[in-house]
Design a protein around this ligand. Structure first.
Ligand code: HSE
Length: 414
């Protein structure tokens, strides 16, 4: 029998306890040993919980118990979760986590600690909810040089964008639904402003490119400025708007971003809707391979945590010694130098003058017919390809001119 402890009895933690109990016999068969939850650590009271006998507020009951070999950290954040993870690793307990913030922030240190203590630190659930992506990157795709990762990495924002596009729901209604379904972070700003997706692309990139990618260096923009009008323009372009996390190898450096992007309906990510996530990985031997599934929610995320627990039990004497090296030199490309196209929407005072100005500033552009048929108060176009810094400078030139009232939208086109 392998005893585990679950730290944090929130959406994911309670899901882990449920899955371990519900699927006990098939899990035992696959792991080669029975697995049982011995303790659940949480400072809150859960008087009606079916697991109340296992709940404790005393961390010593977890850390001093030598029979507990595996700890599942589902607290989240980088405060007490960080301290508990270090304590567990230093005591020779394997740690499994769904905590992308902690992995993205302290991954190098925690992986090193795990290797030094000959235990595992696994985090399959930190990216893509229930989608197997971390282990495939480590194992199944290990023969490849990975050159690109492109993904829809946040279930909450994908749910919101889908509800806005399909049902015309407003942003806040869709967000409330995502929260009610247990998809959103405790503070949904991390979802909406792209920080959650940023940490996830940083984690994937660190694995794919064999060196730590610091999420703080990744330019990140969320979906809070996306409107139903933008979506209608995207529709006119046979496209949809998604929050996309991207990274690629450029020479021996790495370029990574998170931003809303207009993507053609024929693109494999365009039909990834609701809470689903998908990640397209390009390797030099395999070409493109896509991973798809539920990116958030109680049981999908618990599925990935429990899979890691089984992995640990199967390989408990062989920790794999996976570490993330920190490059002493700058390993990120200057994001402003990367070339891209943008969708731009402007409110105009004088259409003819505005068109002339746009052509003068941007050169050749692809005009998109206005969604306000017949009315001439706004213009929309897609720029030709140029560096991001140039694109931003050009947009600045449109602002405060006689013919253009304001720039309403400036969205990446994939
Ligand atoms: N808030 C996250 C999301 C949860 O919506 O994707 C899963 O990481």
């Amino acid at each position: 029998m392998i005893y585990i402890a679950v730290l944090g009895y929130g959406v994911v933690g309670s899901g882990v306890v449920e899955v371990v109990r519900k699927n006990a016999s098939s899990i035992a068969q696959r792991a080669g040993e029975e697995i049982a939850v011995k303790k659940i650590l949480d400072i809150r009271d859960f008087p009606d919980s079916p697991d109340r006998e296992l709940l404790t507020k005393n961390a010593d009951e977890v850390f001093r118990d030598e029979s507990i070999k595996v700890v599942a950290e589902t607290i989240g954040g980088i405060g007490i979760a960080y301290q508990f993870t270090k304590t567990a690793l230093s005591l020779g307990k394997h740690v499994i986590t769904s905590n992308k913030e902690l992995v993205a922030t302290h991954g190098p240190e925690l992986l090193k600690m795990a290797a030094e203590n000959n235990v595992h630190y696994l985090f399959e659930a930190s990216v893509g909810g229930g989608i197997p992506i971390i282990r495939p990157l480590h194992n199944c795709l290990a023969a490849n040089e990975i050159t690109h990762i492109t993904g829809i990495l946040n279930g909450t924002t994908n749910y919101i964008l889908t509800q806005m596009r399909r049902a015309g729901k407003d942003f806040n209604t869709a967000l409330k639904e995502a929260q009610a379904n247990g998809y959103a972070e405790a503070d949904p700003t991390a979802d909406i402003e792209g920080h959650d997706a940023c940490r996830k692309i940083a984690i994937l990139s660190s694995i794919a490119y064999n060196e730590y990618v610091d999420y703080k260096k990744i330019p990140t923009e969320g979906i809070s400025k996306i409107t139903l009008e933008d979506m209608r323009y995207a529709e006119k372009m046979e496209s949809v708007i998604k929050l996309v996390g991207r990274s690629m190898k450029v020479g021996d450096k790495i370029h990574a971003t998170v931003s809303p992007a207009i993507i053609q309906k024929s693109h494999p990510l365009a039909n990834v809707d609701d809470v689903f996530n998908a990640i397209v990985v390009r390797g030099d031997a395999i070409g493109d391979v896509m991973f798809y599934g539920r990116g958030a929610g109680k049981l999908p995320t618990a599925s990935a945590v429990v899979a890691d627990i089984i992995e640990v039990v199967k390989h408990k004497n062989n920790s794999g010694r996976n570490v993330w090296n920190i490059n002493t030199e700058e390993n990120m490309v200057d994001p402003e130098s990367v070339k891209t196209r943008y969708f731009v929407r402007v409110k105009v005072r004088n259409t003819e003058e505005a068109e002339k100005l746009i052509k003068k500033v941007f050169g050749s552009v692809d005009w998109i017919n206005s969604i306000n048929e017949g009315k001439k108060e706004e213009l929309a176009f897609v720029t030709s390809i140029d560096t991001e810094v140039n694109q931003k400078e050009k947009v600045e030139q449109l602002k405060g001119t006689g013919s253009i009232k304001e720039v309403i939208s400036f969205i990446n086109v994939l």
